[in-house]
Design a protein around this ligand. Structure first.
Ligand code: ACO
Length: 138
């Protein structure tokens, strides 16, 4: 991802993710960990992933989304593989993320990629929806 992609990423996040993130969140993530901010590009941004290293040896995927009309074409998998490769190069051995318990699409996606439910985090989201914490070894 480059700085010029940030507005498109924010738009896609607003269309695809239930949780609302402020522009300053995207800017701060890009400034502090640009190597974990990846986009799938054609003429436009079709998907993005943002992952960070939380502790030594541990990665966390914060956001991943693909434009609605381009889903089920392998773009999400490509983004996930790219961020997992980045994590592996950094010596990260376990990757964690949270998904709304109601987000059947994302649960299907992450399960297809070997992620397992570790626990439920009650009222994780700002609207008080619970999250599943998922994880996978690398
Ligand atoms: N239901 C069940 N399984 C699914 C689904 C689904 N809706 N979508 C993908 N999968 C599984 C399938 O096994 C699929 O393979 P197949 O198409 O051959 O059956 C496999 O995952 C790979 O799918 P991709 O085409 O690579 O995934 P896609 O590009 O559609 O992206 C994503 C998946 C990112 C979850 C997309 O549905 C999306 O953008 N959803 C809205 C945003 C969102 O909820 N993001 C996750 C929030 S949690 C977080 O970011 C940490």
């Amino acid at each position: 991802m480059r700085r010029i992609h940030i507005p498109s990423v924010m738009k896609l996040a607003g269309e695809s993710l239930t949780e609302v993130y402020s522009p300053s969140t995207f800017l701060a993530l890009y400034e502090t960990y640009p190597e974990g901010c990846l986009v799938a590009l054609d003429e436009e941004v079709r998907g993005f992933v943002i992952g960070i290293e939380t502790y030594p040896g541990r990665g966390r995927i914060l956001m991943l989304a693909v434009k609605k009309e381009f889903r089920r074409m392998g773009i999400g998998s490509m983004l996930l593989k790219s961020i997992m490769s980045h994590f592996a190069i950094r010596g990260i051995s376990a990757v964690f993320l949270e998904v709304r318990v109601t987000n059947i699409d994302a649960l299907g996606f992450y399960r297809a990629h070997g992620f397992e439910i570790k626990k439920i985090i009650p009222r994780f989201y700002t609207d008080n929806t619970d999250a599943y914490q998922l994880w996978r070894k690398l």
